[in-house]
Write a protein that binds this ligand. Structure first.
Ligand code: NAP
Length: 263
């Protein structure tokens, strides 16, 4: 039985993780940290039927004997949280997005006695979409990414969109240049991601997490689309990472590293 703690336990993703960890026969939810709900019974905030008082401080993880801690918070909080976990030798499974390359370098230097798995998207369908986009990239001349999320998401573009562009840029360097010479409304062409691939971010009430990768070449286009219509879509990936993080020294980025996707 793996003892698991959760940072951001009162958040949308954190609460879903608490439920998934509680329901899995191989994992045990032992501590929940979320400053907003400090001192409150986890059951009243999340509905998860576990007798745990939510804490302000990660010391609760040490006290409860947590071996793996899951973080779904926001970038600046996660940077502090991961520093604490690395210093205290606890494994980390991280779904928080918005990290910079410098953040990842810092994590790599800090996780020396315990391990860390960071995935911008824990949904298997999204991981496959990214994988297929990288396979398709060398056969197309143009590519753009449209990511669509709920109206509470604070970072843009999404970590999934950035990671997708990174994989596609690594698979192909040959993209046709942007033809735009007059941008009538600023930002109309989206943000420039890795490989100069354009990324467009939609924020809309009613959505969860969605992405479309558009690829084009002479006379044809290919659209790859993934929709997470419920936060439970991320849970099998989170639980896989919780169970495997102990086997992966240092920092692992991307759930694909834990799956056998072939080439
Ligand atoms: P959310 O509902 O705002 O939840 C974040 C929670 O973390 C909030 O309750 C927040 O409290 C809490 N928090 C902030 N600082 C903290 C700290 N230092 N220690 C512990 N808890 C802290 O956001 P969400 O929708 O769950 O998303 C969380 C993150 O997951 C985002 O970065 C999002 O992009 C990412 N995400 C990743 C995936 C994936 O598959 N990798 C999927 C979905 C979402 P306050 O409200 O008081 O700040």
């Amino acid at each position: 039985m793996i003892k698991v703690g959760v940072f951001g336990a009162g958040g949308r993703m954190g609460a879903t993780v608490c439920q998934a960890v509680h329901d899995d026969p191989e994992t045990e939810l032992v501590a929940a940290v979320d400053p907003r709900y400090s001192g409150i019974d986890l059951r009243t905030v999340t509905g998860v039927d576990a007798e745990i008082r939510m804490s302000r401080s990660p010391v609760a993880f040490e006290r409860s004997g947590a071996e793996v801690v899951v973080d779904f918070t926001e970038r600046s909080a996660a940077v502090e949280n991961l520093t604490w976990l690395a210093e205290h030798g606890l494994h980390a499974v991280v779904g928080t997005t918005g990290f910079t390359d410098d953040d990842l370098e810092v994590f790599r230097s800090r996780f020396t006695t315990s391990n860390c798995v960071i995935a911008p998207n824990f949904a298997i369908g999204a991981v496959l979409m990214m994988h297929f986009a990288a396979i398709a990239a060398p056969y197309f001349d143009s590519a753009e990414i449209i990511e669509l999320h709920h109206d509470q998401k604070v970072d843009a573009p999404s970590g999934t969109a950035m990671h997708t562009a990174q994989l596609m840029a690594s698979a192909s360097k040959e993209w046709t240049p942007d033809p735009t010479t007059a941008e009538v409304a600023e930002g109309a062409r989206g943000g420039v991601g890795p490989g100069d691939i354009r990324i467009h971010s939609v924020r809309m009430r009613g959505l969860v997490a969605h992405q479309e990768v558009l690829l084009g070449t002479a006379g044809q286009t290919l659209s790859l689309r993934h929709d997470s219509i419920d936060r439970t879509s991320f849970m099998p990936g989170v639980l896989l990472a919780v169970k495997r993080v102990g086997e992966r020294p240092g920092v692992t980025v991307g759930l694909d590293a834990l799956l056998d996707l072939g080439t």
